[in-house]
Design a protein around this ligand. Structure first.
Ligand code: COA
Ligand code: AMP
Length: 638
């Protein structure tokens, strides 16, 4: 019998006692005056008055408890052929020394540290060193190009940047340093120091007076036995800013606090993921995404688990058995990945032959999130792995699952296509556009009643107006998730689509608005629209529609290549933008709004009603014809 229903009811009846009990699992330098203060911040604050330090709870605490020799980080890098473990003792030494290096370079409480790194342990060490000083880190995913990085540097104004000479993708080395230099050149704000990790695969030149060698600085601090104590911060002080895509090209800096974040994440490790301290947890994501923050770095370490830091892909490094090898070699108890990774594995190894080659005896559960889990992929994984495959749903803004199947409380029946049931902390409702509640089975806007639980984002960096407007104005008293879906009669949540212009490509959240801004900057483009078209591997792929400026006459292929190059340069390879087609007009409403949703349905071959407000229904036929021509030329669809 699952304890889920009792636990959820206990939370609903008395949220403050529920979270006070969870908070007892965290070391506080000073306890909170109140569990929840509704008067603080725009929507209240958790653990107001408390003093704490996240690094202390992730690292020092375990050493002080006599567990310093336990493994904290298991680095596995098939792209470099390297493996290496960090015990909690070693992690403490390196984090403390790196924090000393940062402090000597002027980083203190509240200062920002930007981290632009591949999946190497030094990135995680830098996050913890920043937390140790009470500084605020902002990790930028390595697949973003210079311009996106520049936007983040300009907004977060970091005193110090930690970066590396290169990252390694399956078949190519990605030189990070030129991207970093270009970003700093573009940004109004200039960091005082850049600590650069030199990698032997592609070392880089350092700029005098600004750049310093990461390893040399760390070595010197270690040799001189320099370290730092954990700086006490308010529970409500920011731990990090993580930029995520919104409707416009300007990314949103999601701000997360220290105290509530620790309480919620620690709770999930035992109760949602069902892990015990000392076990190994693996989130096969990237530190640059929220999944990486919560479940590569903070969650497992708070719980005294070992975390796997994997620098590789699900396929191609070297084959579709990579995930099963890592699980076997590191004794992984639970894996968290995106459905797209499983689809890639299934495509390469449909029979699951690689699975049988590895000892998965310590592996209990596969967790999926980041995009909708299609029932075919879930069934395939259940069948081949003979273990529970659990979908759960969350967002950068929440920092942990809003819905899921809490293995730690006892697995509930798995319903294919559903992201599980609401987690304690989340009162999930489905509302019509006018705010009235939908019946079970009816599609609507998914919202959560306020307040958000601990770890819910406390703001958008430098953008409080945007914070209130984007998330809290449409449905007063609720957090608007921008996801659409329904709940069934048993309360299971089904997430079907985004309600904004955000698309999900290979588990990466991307803004079509940002892509449109890039296309619109091309001199031959008068107007454009980008949609997310269904893709069997990556879930969605961006597709651009271009209207040429008067008099411009262009070869479609050549223009497409120019736009693709522009997109890689301005947003980065992560946009996975490869397709654009020229059309004479875009379908619009009479008030001039581009009908992207309708275009997307046509591109996906879904039946579509002609919107009542459309200016000229003929344009839809033109779009259909252009897509047909395009697909025939590409040899893809009929
Ligand atoms: N640094 C630099 N470039 C990167 C990068 C990084 N950290 N991550 C991805 N890229 C590049 C890729 O090399 C690729 O470049 P290319 O166009 O030159 O081939 C491009 O960005 C697109 O990447 P992606 O869409 O991820 O495609 P892929 O073919 O490299 O891999 C998958 C496909 C499905 C295997 C991969 O996307 C995956 O594992 N996704 C899971 C995502 C995930 O974990 N999301 C977090 C939510 S849980
Ligand atoms: P991110 O903030 O990058 O984690 O992306 C969050 C978005 O990814 C959500 O708003 C959803 O649109 C999508 N998403 C995440 N998890 C799931 C899931 N389990 N099922 C469906 N969509 C999901």
């Amino acid at each position: 019998m699952s304890r889920y229903h009792d636990t959820y009811a206990r939370w609903r009846d008395d949220p403050e006692s529920f979270w006070a009990e969870a908070a007892a699992e965290i070391d506080w330098f000073r306890p909170a005056d109140t569990v929840f203060d509704p008067e603080q911040g725009p929507f209240g604050a958790w653990f107001a008055g408390a003093l704490c330090n996240t690094c202390h709870n992730c690292v020092d605490r375990h050493v002080q408890a006599g567990n310093g020799d336990r493994i904290a980080v298991r680095y596995d890098s098939p792209v470099t052929g390297k493996q290496g473990n960090y015990s909690f003792d070693r992690l403490l030494r390196e984090v403390s020394a790196l924090a000393a290096v940062m402090r000597q370079r002027g980083v203190g409480k509240g200062d920002r540290v930007l981290i632009y790194m591949p999946m190497v342990p030094e990135a995680l060490v830098a996050m913890l060193a920043s937390a140790r000083l009470g500084a605020v880190h902002s990790v930028v995913f390595g697949g973003f190009a210079a311009e996106e990085l520049a936007l983040r540097i300009e907004d977060a104004t970091p005193k110090l940047i930690v970066s590396a000479s290169c990252g390694i993708e399956t078949l190519r080395v990605v030189a990070y340093k030129p991207l970093l230099d270009a970003a700093i050149a573009q940004s109004q704000h200039k960091p005082a120091t850049c600590l650069i990790l030199q990698r032997k695969e592609h070392p880089c030149a350092l700029i005098d007076g600004r750049d310093e060698d990461y390893a040399a600085c760390l070595e010197a601090a270690l040799a001189a036995s320099e370290g730092t104590e954990c700086v006490p911060v308010a529970a409500t002080d920011p731990l990090y800013i993580l930029y995520t895509s919104g409707t416009t090209g300007k990314p949103k800096g999601v701000v997360r606090d220290n105290g509530g974040h620790m309480v919620a994440l620690k709770w999930t490790m035992a109760h949602h993921y069902g892990l015990a301290p000392g076990e190994t947890f693996w989130a096969a994501s990237d530190l640059g995404w929220v999944v990486g923050h919560s479940y590569i770095c903070y969650g497992p370490l708070l719980h005294g688990c070992a975390t796997v830091l994997y620098e590789g892909k699900p396929v191609g490094t070297p084959d579709a058995g990579a995930f099963w090898r890592v699980i076997a070699e590191h004794g992984v108890a639970a894996l968290f990945t995106a459905p797209t990774a499983l689809r890639a594995i299934r495509k390469a190894d449909p029979e699951g032959n690689c699975i049988a080659e590895h000892d998965l005896s310590r592996f209990r559960t596969l967790f999926l999130a980041g995009e909708r889990s299609d029932p075919t992929t879930v069934s395939w994984a259940e069948d081949k792995l003979q273990r529970p495959v659990v979908d759960h749903w969350w967002q950068t803004e929440t920092g942990w699952p809003m819905s899921g199947n809490p293995v730690g409380l006892g697995l509930l029946p798995v319903k294919p296509g559903s992201a599980g049931v609401p987690m304690p902390g989340y009162d999930i409702r489905v509302l019509a556009d006018d705010g009235t509640e939908k019946q079970p089975g009816e599609l609507g806007n998914i919202v959560c009643r306020l307040p958000l639980p601990p770890a819910g984002f406390t703001g958008l960096w430098n953008a409080e107006g945007r914070y209130r407007e984007t998330y809290f104005s449409e449905f007063p008293g609720h957090y608007a998730t921008s996801d659409a879906g329904y709940r069934d009669a048993d309360g299971y949540v089904f997430i079907m689509a985004r309600t904004d212009d955000v698309i999900n490509v290979a588990g990466h959240r991307l803004s079509t608005g940002a892509m449109e801004e890039v296309i619109a900057s091309h001199p031959d483009v008068a107007e454009c629209a980008v949609i997310g078209r269904a893709d069997p591997l990556k879930g969605q792929l961006p597709l651009g529609f271009l209207v040429l400026t008067d008099g411009a006459s262009r070869d479609e292929g050549a223009l497409e290549r120019e736009i693709v190059a522009l997109m890689r340069k301005r947003i980065g390879p992560v946009a996975a933008f490869r397709n654009a087609l020229i059309v004479a007009r875009l379908p619009k409403t009479r008030s001039g709004k581009v009908l992207r949703g309708t275009m997307q349905k046509i591109a996906d071959g879904v039946s579509v009603a002609v919107p009542a407000a459309i200016e000229d229904p003929e344009v839809l036929e033109e779009i259909r014809a252009a897509l047909g021509r395009y697909d025939r030329a590409a040899g893809t669809q009929a």
